[in-house]
Design a protein around this ligand. Structure first.
Ligand code: CO
Ligand code: CO
Length: 356
């Protein structure tokens, strides 16, 4: 019997199988816009209730008066070195786009780009994490597709359903609405803090268990509290996703950075200079649309650019419903949920995001 090599030699840590962590690996927003604009125009299908017009979280396709499909895909590079936890975070992140539309996920297929160096047991654990998370969301992973790739990616293509009259879009916010965020910010900083050796694996794993929390209950509660608009905050950061909401709704959004909920350890990491590639790209892209009071954004203000993986829902709802919505979120375990801003009338410029 030959002795097997030490586990470290056999198994490269997952984070070494990608050049960038989680949703920070997303294509730059400017490049994405150019690509989508370059697509040939097609006659719109009357059944397509939501397409690419406002950069919404998922497509919505009407089947009849009572049923519409919600269709989306999302796959990400590793957020941590624990394969099962990575699978859970990736699946929660993909399922979230269905919840952000007010829908329920039904069935998913896995999207797997796996390097040769990935240990088969780790590959199995990633897929098990994803399947378990889908089951928790009431959905089933029914298959998938794998390719060999120099970079590790895993995620889901998810199909869900929604009543055609109950779709919550990323547009429709009205001046006077409250803005509630249901999960903390800072996943990009945490993941990069770990990758650069400034955050312990245990601390990241603890955060990842929170990051892997589903947005299912937040979605159900936003419907019960008459949400006007919602989106999940992911790779383009709060700034990018909020800008989509502001533009599409014809409004401006005022945020109170002091109220931003953050994961443990995020602010010290920012103060120590930890950034992410995605955060830098987001800042370059969206800075011109953000109004701040000081000359340079402080640590909390910088969080608006941080790319989120499996981030919370940003919900615009009538201000009169905000307190009840927040208590319900807190009661159901989303203890970090906070009212982080308000919707105001647009001021005639494209600086639609104000940090008060
Ligand atoms: Co989304
Ligand atoms: Co997404």
């Amino acid at each position: 019997m030959s002795s097997s090599p030490p586990i470290e030699a056999r198994k490269p840590p997952l984070s070494r199988l990608a050049s960038c962590g989680g949703c920070a690996a997303k294509m730059a927003p400017g490049d994405l816009q150019r690509m989508v604009k370059g697509l040939p125009a097609r006659a719109p299908s009357p059944a397509l209730l939501v397409g690419t017009e406002t950069g919404d979280d998922a497509a919505v396709y009407r089947l009849d008066d009572h049923q519409a499909l919600v269709v989306t895909t999302d796959f990400i590079t590793p957020v941590c070195d624990d394969p099962y936890l990575y699978g859970q975070v990736a699946a929660a992140n993909a399922l979230s786009d269905v919840f952000a539309m007010g829908g329920r996920p039904l069935v998913a297929v896995a999207v797997c780009a796996f390097p040769e160096a990935l240990d088969p047991d780790d590959a199995a654990a990633i897929c098990a994490g994803g399947a378990d998370k889908a089951a928790e969301a009431g959905a089933v992973v029914a298959g998938g597709h794998t390719v060999r790739s120099p970079e590790l990616f895993y995620g889901l293509a998810v199909t869900g359903h929604v009543h055609p009259d109950r779709v919550v879009r990323n547009v429709g916010a009205r001046p006077g609405d409250a803005l509630v965020l249901t999960k903390p910010l800072g996943t990009g900083v945490l993941i990069n803090g770990f990758r650069s050796g400034r955050l312990e694996a245990d601390a990241l794993a603890a955060a990842c268990r929170l990051i892997a929390k589903l947005n299912d209950r937040a979605a159900r509660l936003m419907l019960a509290h008459d949400a006007h608009a919602a989106t999940d905050v992911t790779g383009f950061g709060l700034a990018g996703h909020a800008l989509g909401m502001a533009r599409g709704s014809g409004v401006a959004l005022r945020f109170f950075p002091e109220r931003f909920p953050t994961y443990d350890g995020v602010l010290p990491l920012i103060e120590a200079g930890v950034r992410s590639k995605g955060g830098t790209t987001n800042r370059q892209t969206f800075e011109a649309h953000v109004q701040i009071t000081g000359a340079e954004p402080n640590a909390r203000e910088l969080l608006v650019y941080d790319p989120q993986t499996s981030g919370g829902l940003l919900v615009a709802l009538p201000a009169a419903n905000a307190t009840a919505f927040l208590s319900a979120l807190h009661e159901e375990g989303m203890t970090a949920a906070a009212q982080i801003g308000e919707v105001v009338a647009e001021g005639g410029s494209d600086r639609r995001l104000q940090l008060a």
